[in-house]
Design a protein around this ligand. Structure first.
Ligand code: ARG
Length: 256
Protein backbone atom coordinates (compact mmCIF):
# COMPACT_ATOMS: atom_id res chain seq x y z
CA UNK A 1 0.00 0.00 0.00
CA UNK A 2 2.74 2.44 1.02
CA UNK A 3 4.63 1.50 -2.13
CA UNK A 4 1.63 2.28 -4.31
CA UNK A 5 1.12 5.63 -2.62
CA UNK A 6 4.77 6.48 -3.20
CA UNK A 7 4.47 5.51 -6.83
CA UNK A 8 1.36 7.61 -7.34
CA UNK A 9 2.97 10.63 -5.68
CA UNK A 10 6.06 10.21 -7.81
CA UNK A 11 4.00 9.93 -11.00
CA UNK A 12 2.11 13.09 -10.15
CA UNK A 13 5.37 14.86 -9.46
CA UNK A 14 6.87 13.72 -12.74
CA UNK A 15 3.72 14.63 -14.64
CA UNK A 16 3.79 18.07 -13.09
CA UNK A 17 7.39 18.52 -14.02
CA UNK A 18 6.85 17.44 -17.62
CA UNK A 19 3.92 19.80 -17.83
CA UNK A 20 5.86 22.74 -16.44
CA UNK A 21 8.80 22.15 -18.76
CA UNK A 22 6.43 21.77 -21.70
CA UNK A 23 4.77 25.08 -20.96
CA UNK A 24 8.11 26.78 -20.53
CA UNK A 25 9.22 25.58 -23.93
CA UNK A 26 6.06 26.73 -25.57
CA UNK A 27 6.38 30.17 -23.98
CA UNK A 28 9.86 30.66 -25.34
CA UNK A 29 8.79 29.57 -28.80
CA UNK A 30 5.95 32.09 -29.10
CA UNK A 31 7.83 34.63 -27.00
CA UNK A 32 4.91 34.81 -24.65
CA UNK A 33 6.27 35.52 -21.20
CA UNK A 34 9.57 36.94 -22.43
CA UNK A 35 10.54 39.96 -20.35
CA UNK A 36 12.63 42.61 -22.07
CA UNK A 37 14.51 45.26 -20.16
CA UNK A 38 13.72 48.74 -21.42
CA UNK A 39 16.07 51.60 -20.55
CA UNK A 40 14.67 55.12 -20.28
CA UNK A 41 16.00 58.39 -18.85
CA UNK A 42 12.86 59.12 -16.85
CA UNK A 43 13.34 62.86 -16.44
CA UNK A 44 11.87 64.01 -19.72
CA UNK A 45 8.16 64.62 -19.29
CA UNK A 46 5.80 64.07 -20.96
CA UNK A 47 7.76 61.25 -22.65
CA UNK A 48 9.17 59.60 -19.54
CA UNK A 49 9.19 60.67 -15.92
CA UNK A 50 8.84 59.23 -12.45
CA UNK A 51 5.33 59.64 -11.04
CA UNK A 52 4.87 60.49 -7.35
CA UNK A 53 4.04 56.80 -6.85
CA UNK A 54 7.56 55.98 -8.00
CA UNK A 55 6.33 54.39 -11.19
CA UNK A 56 7.79 55.40 -14.55
CA UNK A 57 5.13 56.93 -16.79
CA UNK A 58 4.75 58.91 -19.99
CA UNK A 59 3.98 58.83 -23.68
CA UNK A 60 6.95 56.59 -24.48
CA UNK A 61 6.07 54.27 -21.63
CA UNK A 62 2.49 53.79 -22.82
CA UNK A 63 3.65 53.31 -26.41
CA UNK A 64 6.15 50.67 -25.32
CA UNK A 65 3.56 48.90 -23.18
CA UNK A 66 1.08 48.89 -26.07
CA UNK A 67 3.70 47.52 -28.48
CA UNK A 68 4.60 44.78 -25.99
CA UNK A 69 0.95 43.86 -25.45
CA UNK A 70 0.33 43.72 -29.20
CA UNK A 71 3.27 41.35 -29.63
CA UNK A 72 2.76 39.26 -26.52
CA UNK A 73 5.95 40.07 -24.68
CA UNK A 74 6.57 41.80 -21.37
CA UNK A 75 8.68 44.81 -20.52
CA UNK A 76 10.43 45.99 -17.41
CA UNK A 77 11.42 49.66 -17.37
CA UNK A 78 14.86 50.52 -16.03
CA UNK A 79 15.57 54.14 -15.20
CA UNK A 80 18.84 54.70 -17.02
CA UNK A 81 20.91 57.89 -17.11
CA UNK A 82 21.06 59.50 -20.56
CA UNK A 83 24.82 59.41 -20.44
CA UNK A 84 25.54 55.79 -21.27
CA UNK A 85 21.98 54.92 -22.21
CA UNK A 86 23.07 53.79 -25.67
CA UNK A 87 25.84 51.55 -24.39
CA UNK A 88 23.32 50.03 -21.95
CA UNK A 89 22.14 48.13 -25.03
CA UNK A 90 25.32 46.08 -24.85
CA UNK A 91 24.21 43.74 -22.08
CA UNK A 92 22.13 45.76 -19.62
CA UNK A 93 18.99 46.63 -21.57
CA UNK A 94 17.34 45.02 -24.58
CA UNK A 95 15.48 48.13 -25.66
CA UNK A 96 15.81 51.89 -25.15
CA UNK A 97 12.82 54.19 -25.45
CA UNK A 98 13.74 57.67 -24.32
CA UNK A 99 12.63 60.22 -26.90
CA UNK A 100 15.69 59.12 -28.84
CA UNK A 101 16.14 60.90 -32.15
CA UNK A 102 17.18 58.66 -35.02
CA UNK A 103 20.50 59.94 -36.42
CA UNK A 104 23.00 58.41 -38.84
CA UNK A 105 25.68 58.47 -36.17
CA UNK A 106 23.54 56.60 -33.66
CA UNK A 107 22.53 54.06 -36.30
CA UNK A 108 26.12 52.84 -36.26
CA UNK A 109 25.75 51.96 -32.59
CA UNK A 110 22.23 50.54 -32.38
CA UNK A 111 19.26 49.57 -34.48
CA UNK A 112 16.17 51.77 -34.65
CA UNK A 113 12.53 50.97 -35.19
CA UNK A 114 10.45 52.85 -37.71
CA UNK A 115 9.93 56.46 -36.52
CA UNK A 116 7.12 56.81 -34.00
CA UNK A 117 7.14 60.55 -33.22
CA UNK A 118 8.11 63.79 -34.94
CA UNK A 119 10.00 66.41 -32.98
CA UNK A 120 12.37 69.35 -33.15
CA UNK A 121 14.17 71.56 -30.61
CA UNK A 122 12.60 74.62 -28.99
CA UNK A 123 14.19 77.39 -26.97
CA UNK A 124 12.74 78.33 -23.58
CA UNK A 125 13.38 81.91 -22.42
CA UNK A 126 11.97 84.27 -19.76
CA UNK A 127 8.81 86.02 -20.91
CA UNK A 128 10.56 89.38 -21.05
CA UNK A 129 13.55 88.07 -23.01
CA UNK A 130 14.57 89.69 -26.30
CA UNK A 131 15.72 86.33 -27.67
CA UNK A 132 13.43 85.58 -30.61
CA UNK A 133 15.50 83.19 -32.74
CA UNK A 134 18.49 80.88 -32.68
CA UNK A 135 20.59 83.77 -34.00
CA UNK A 136 19.93 85.73 -30.81
CA UNK A 137 21.63 83.04 -28.74
CA UNK A 138 25.01 84.36 -29.85
CA UNK A 139 26.68 85.94 -26.85
CA UNK A 140 24.13 84.41 -24.46
CA UNK A 141 24.34 81.60 -21.90
CA UNK A 142 22.40 78.54 -23.03
CA UNK A 143 21.70 75.42 -20.98
CA UNK A 144 21.04 72.00 -22.48
CA UNK A 145 21.20 68.29 -21.67
CA UNK A 146 24.59 66.96 -22.70
CA UNK A 147 24.73 64.60 -25.65
CA UNK A 148 21.27 65.42 -26.99
CA UNK A 149 20.46 66.62 -30.47
CA UNK A 150 19.83 70.03 -28.87
CA UNK A 151 23.43 70.02 -27.65
CA UNK A 152 24.61 69.02 -31.12
CA UNK A 153 22.61 71.75 -32.85
CA UNK A 154 23.83 74.43 -30.43
CA UNK A 155 27.43 73.27 -30.69
CA UNK A 156 27.23 73.41 -34.44
CA UNK A 157 25.58 76.83 -34.49
CA UNK A 158 27.55 78.57 -31.74
CA UNK A 159 30.80 76.74 -32.40
CA UNK A 160 32.76 74.01 -30.63
CA UNK A 161 34.69 76.50 -28.53
CA UNK A 162 31.72 78.62 -27.51
CA UNK A 163 32.12 78.95 -23.75
CA UNK A 164 28.55 79.57 -22.71
CA UNK A 165 26.82 76.36 -23.62
CA UNK A 166 26.14 74.86 -20.18
CA UNK A 167 25.76 71.12 -20.53
CA UNK A 168 23.91 69.14 -17.88
CA UNK A 169 23.43 65.41 -17.24
CA UNK A 170 19.67 65.90 -17.23
CA UNK A 171 17.17 68.25 -18.81
CA UNK A 172 15.59 69.26 -15.44
CA UNK A 173 18.93 70.76 -14.39
CA UNK A 174 19.09 72.72 -17.65
CA UNK A 175 15.63 74.18 -16.97
CA UNK A 176 16.59 74.95 -13.38
CA UNK A 177 19.61 76.92 -14.56
CA UNK A 178 17.28 79.06 -16.65
CA UNK A 179 14.85 79.55 -13.78
CA UNK A 180 17.69 80.54 -11.50
CA UNK A 181 18.72 83.15 -14.07
CA UNK A 182 22.09 81.53 -14.53
CA UNK A 183 21.26 80.86 -18.16
CA UNK A 184 19.48 83.11 -20.67
CA UNK A 185 17.86 80.24 -22.52
CA UNK A 186 17.41 76.47 -22.37
CA UNK A 187 17.09 74.14 -25.35
CA UNK A 188 15.27 70.80 -25.41
CA UNK A 189 12.81 68.79 -27.50
CA UNK A 190 9.67 70.64 -28.55
CA UNK A 191 7.31 68.42 -26.56
CA UNK A 192 9.39 68.77 -23.42
CA UNK A 193 9.76 72.54 -23.61
CA UNK A 194 6.05 72.85 -24.33
CA UNK A 195 5.20 70.68 -21.36
CA UNK A 196 7.56 72.52 -19.02
CA UNK A 197 6.45 76.02 -19.94
CA UNK A 198 2.79 75.03 -19.62
CA UNK A 199 3.14 73.24 -16.29
CA UNK A 200 5.37 75.83 -14.61
CA UNK A 201 3.48 79.11 -15.03
CA UNK A 202 5.31 80.55 -12.02
CA UNK A 203 8.56 80.32 -13.99
CA UNK A 204 7.26 82.94 -16.46
CA UNK A 205 8.79 81.38 -19.53
CA UNK A 206 7.90 81.46 -23.20
CA UNK A 207 8.74 79.30 -26.19
CA UNK A 208 10.91 80.40 -29.09
CA UNK A 209 10.76 78.31 -32.26
CA UNK A 210 13.29 78.40 -35.04
CA UNK A 211 13.30 76.30 -38.15
CA UNK A 212 17.07 76.18 -38.14
CA UNK A 213 16.61 73.37 -35.65
CA UNK A 214 16.01 70.40 -37.95
CA UNK A 215 12.97 68.17 -37.96
CA UNK A 216 13.68 64.97 -36.00
CA UNK A 217 12.07 61.57 -35.55
CA UNK A 218 12.12 59.38 -32.48
CA UNK A 219 12.81 55.68 -32.78
CA UNK A 220 12.78 52.75 -30.37
CA UNK A 221 16.34 51.41 -30.15
CA UNK A 222 17.42 47.80 -29.76
CA UNK A 223 20.81 46.16 -29.47
CA UNK A 224 22.59 46.30 -32.81
CA UNK A 225 21.92 43.10 -34.70
CA UNK A 226 18.88 41.99 -32.70
CA UNK A 227 16.77 41.68 -35.84
CA UNK A 228 14.22 39.43 -34.18
CA UNK A 229 13.34 41.91 -31.46
CA UNK A 230 13.43 44.82 -33.89
CA UNK A 231 10.94 43.03 -36.14
CA UNK A 232 8.60 42.54 -33.18
CA UNK A 233 8.86 46.19 -32.15
CA UNK A 234 8.12 47.32 -35.70
CA UNK A 235 5.24 44.92 -36.05
CA UNK A 236 3.80 46.10 -32.72
CA UNK A 237 4.15 49.75 -33.72
CA UNK A 238 2.30 49.07 -36.95
CA UNK A 239 -0.47 47.26 -35.08
CA UNK A 240 -1.04 50.06 -32.58
CA UNK A 241 -1.03 52.66 -35.34
CA UNK A 242 -3.62 50.61 -37.22
CA UNK A 243 -5.91 49.81 -34.30
CA UNK A 244 -6.14 53.30 -32.83
CA UNK A 245 -4.12 52.53 -29.70
CA UNK A 246 -1.36 54.93 -30.75
CA UNK A 247 -3.87 57.77 -31.15
CA UNK A 248 -5.33 57.06 -27.73
CA UNK A 249 -1.92 57.28 -26.09
CA UNK A 250 -1.15 60.42 -28.09
CA UNK A 251 -4.26 62.24 -26.90
CA UNK A 252 -3.65 61.15 -23.32
CA UNK A 253 -0.27 62.92 -23.23
CA UNK A 254 -0.77 65.72 -25.76
CA UNK A 255 -4.26 66.88 -25.05
CA UNK A 256 -4.28 69.95 -27.19
N1 ARG B 1 15.57 63.75 -28.76
C1 ARG B 1 16.80 64.18 -28.17
C2 ARG B 1 17.92 63.25 -28.56
O1 ARG B 1 17.65 62.16 -28.97
C3 ARG B 1 16.73 64.29 -26.65
C4 ARG B 1 16.28 63.07 -25.97
C5 ARG B 1 16.51 63.10 -24.46
N2 ARG B 1 15.78 62.06 -23.81
C6 ARG B 1 15.69 61.92 -22.48
N3 ARG B 1 14.90 61.03 -21.99
N4 ARG B 1 16.42 62.69 -21.71
O2 ARG B 1 19.07 63.57 -28.44
Amino acid sequence: MKKILKLVTLSILILGLVFAVGCGGEKAATDEGAVYKVGTDAAYAPFESVAPSGEIEGFDIDIMKAVAAAEGFEVEFINTAWEGIFSSLNGKNDIVISAVTITDDRKKEMDFSEPYFESTNYIAVPQDSAIAAMEDLKGKVVSVQEGTTGDEALTEFLGKDYKDIKRFKGTPEAFLELRNKKADAAVADSGVVGNYVKNNPDANLKIVKDENFPKEFYGIAVTKGNAELLAKVNSGLQKIKDNGEYDKVYSKWFSE
